[in-house]
Design a protein around this ligand. Structure first.
Ligand code: ITT
Length: 198
């Protein structure tokens, strides 16, 4: 029987991407609610890797199952790497994805240096305490206006220079092939396959 993993995220769009990319792995993935777990993990770490580990540890302990967490964000050079680990909370609790994109564009007004990257840390914690980790990064630039309706979060304002398109204009498959999450999960999948004896 396939081993069951809990995807330790409350972000439905992120969950969809994680499920999509992990679907080729031959493992069963469920969300926390699917195993009766409903806890909010405080992201007190200062790095993506620390926060991913905090989430995976808490959910694995609560579910008594292996848990996979993603901590990710957008790091903008002209904003000294911000919003970074604060990407989900940029501008405060009341904002939605669209408002956060507009806030970012406002804060970038007049900036000619548009370089940015997305970063993703994956942590997987097993009930026996064993851990697996992986990281991925995708370089790009901040656009001058939101373009495209695909993806989530900052996708409409993240330009991929090679493609001349934002993440918001890519199909899910095109995004996964080059994204921070796609790259981190590829590395993670290799480590997991080695652990599971694949
Ligand atoms: P969980 O902690 O429950 O997984 P979250 O959305 O709070 O959900 P993070 O703390 O990792 O997750 O914040 C990640 C934020 O970074 C996310 O809310 C987006 O705003 C942004 N982000 C991450 N990956 C992204 C992507 O692929 N495309 C666009 N924005 C992304």
């Amino acid at each position: 029987m396939a081993e069951k993993f809990v995807l330790a995220t409350h972000n439905p769009k992120k969950l969809e991407e994680l499920r999509d990319i992990l679907s080729g792995l031959g493992v069963e993935v469920v969300n926390p609610a699917g195993v009766g777990v409903d806890i909010e993990v405080e992201e007190t770490g200062t790095t993506f890797a620390e926060n991913a580990m905090l989430k995976a540890q808490a959910i694995s302990a609560a579910a008594k199952l292996p848990a996979i967490a993603d901590d990710s964000g957008l790091c903008v050079d002209a904003l000294n790497g911000g919003p970074g680990v604060y990407s989900a909370r940029y501008g405060g609790e009341g904002l939605d994805d669209r408002a956060r994109c507009m806030l970012l564009l406002n804060n970038m007004r007049g900036q000619t240096t548009r370089a940015a990257h997305f970063a993703c840390a994956i942590a997987c914690v097993f009930p026996d305490g064993e851990t697996l980790t992986a990281e991925g990064r995708c370089d790009g630039a901040i656009s001058f206006a939101p373009i495209g309706t695909g993806g989530f979060g900052y996708d409409p304002v993240f330009l991929v220079p090679d493609k001349g398109k934002t993440f918001g204009q890519l199909t899910p498959e095109e995004k996964h092939a080059i994204s921070h999450r796609g790259k981190a999960l590829k590395e993670f999948a290799e480590k997991l396959a080695a652990k599971l004896g694949g």
